[in-house]
Design a protein around this ligand. Structure first.
Ligand code: ADP
Ligand code: MG
Length: 323
């Protein structure tokens, strides 16, 4: 006997696998002149996912985003958004997609509201315009700054305006090209929080060259290097690879027994760089600076300098491409 429930779930599986992919990228290649920016890249994004497109500068992230948002055509391959083809049905695709381009180009002479009205006009929102603008101002926290000209806003608030324009037509998919680049640490935290909230209701794809950013916001990471997809996995799986680390470079005033430092909880490795200068490695989410100071005090050693370095994606690539 076949239960209605089974038919339904089979149908759902079929429907899901064949139809409702938020974004389906198949064998996308893009060649600019002689430069191959993307080389047969394929991936699929399910509705509701928050995906980080990760790669160093020049990897092809912006190119991929411009193709998905119908700004440039691919050299070969297919992309569809909710089943709509980017070349054949670009009007439908643009309705489904909100896009924050790299460097967030804005009209600095326009007032916040005026600019959002302008964007609402492009999307032909008609009598919904006021209601949508009010909602965007509320969601993106622009209330306090809404009467200013965009040119008078801080970079963090400009980025909120960028998010507001990307969301104004209530798209299902949000494509954000390096949304936190150039922001100060507090602004980064705010914008990440905002994106996380938006991600509860939308499919989000954001690009970044910072692994930690993906860990902070995304459930999945697609990593590209030189136009080639090198990894596509859940963020939790990638962090099991222990790709993230912090390296503390510490200069002490005198020698000591290195075994004492290895005993500090969280320390993975320690290397001598120069006489009394050491590199101490921990996992990316661990900060042992206070422990190092305490260690020094306990052993009557002075810390002369201390520098913390987060290991960035380039090194992640080394690890990934070694295999
Ligand atoms: P990312 O956003 O990851 O930094 P891009 O997609 O901007 O990378 O660029 C990928 C590669 O394609 C780079 O080598 C870049 O120089 C090249 N590229 C990008 N846009 C153009 C263009 N309009 N003309 C020629 N080369 C380009
Ligand atoms: Mg880019």
């Amino acid at each position: 006997m076949i239960l209605v429930k089974d038919i339904y779930s089979n149908f759902a599986v079929l429907f899901y696998s064949n139809k409702i992919m938020s974004i389906k990228v198949s064998n996308i290649t893009k060649i600019y002149g002689e430069q191959k920016a993307l080389d047969s890249v394929s991936f699929e994004i399910i509705p509701g996912e928050v995906v980080g497109l990760l790669g160093p500068n020049g990897a092809g992230k912006s190119t991929m985003m411009k193709i998905i948002t119908c700004f440039i055509p691919p050299t070969s391959g297919d992309v569809s958004v909710y089943g709509y083809d980017i070349l054949e049905q670009s009007i439908e695709v643009r309705k489904k997609v909100g896009y924050l381009p790299e460097n967030n180009p804005l009209y600095l002479d326009m007032y916040v509201r005026e600019y959002l009205e302008f964007i609402a006009g492009i999307h032909k929102l008609g009598d919904k315009t006021k209601q949508r603008i009010d909602k965007m101002i509320e969601i993106t926290g622009l209330e306090v700054e809404r009467k200013k000209k965009i040119g008078a806003l801080s970079k963090g608030f400009r980025q909120r305006v960028g998010l507001a324009q990307a969301l104004i037509h209530d798209p299902e998919v949000l494509i954000l090209d390096e949304p936190t680049s150039g922001l100060d640490p507090n602004q980064i935290v705010d914008i990440r929080e905002l994106i996380k909230n938006i991600g509860k209701e939308k499919t989000v794809m954001l690009s970044t060259h910072i692994m930690q950013e993906v860990e902070a916001i995304c459930n999945r990471a697609i990593i590209i290097n030189n136009g080639i997809l090198v990894a596509d996995d859940l963020t939790t799986n990638l962090s099991h690879l222990n790709l993230n680390k912090n390296i503390l470079t510490v200069e002490f005033d005198k020698p000591f027994d290195k075994e004492l430092i290895i005993k500090i909880s969280g320390v993975k490795q320690i290397r001598q760089k120069e006489n009394n200068t050491w590199q101490i490695e921990t996992a990316g989410n661990i900060d042992i600076r206070q422990d190092i100071f305490k260690f020094a005090v306990d052993h009557s050693i002075s810390v002369l300098t201390m520098h913390k370095e987060e290991v960035k994606l380039e090194k992640v690539f080394q690890e990934l491409t070694k295999k």
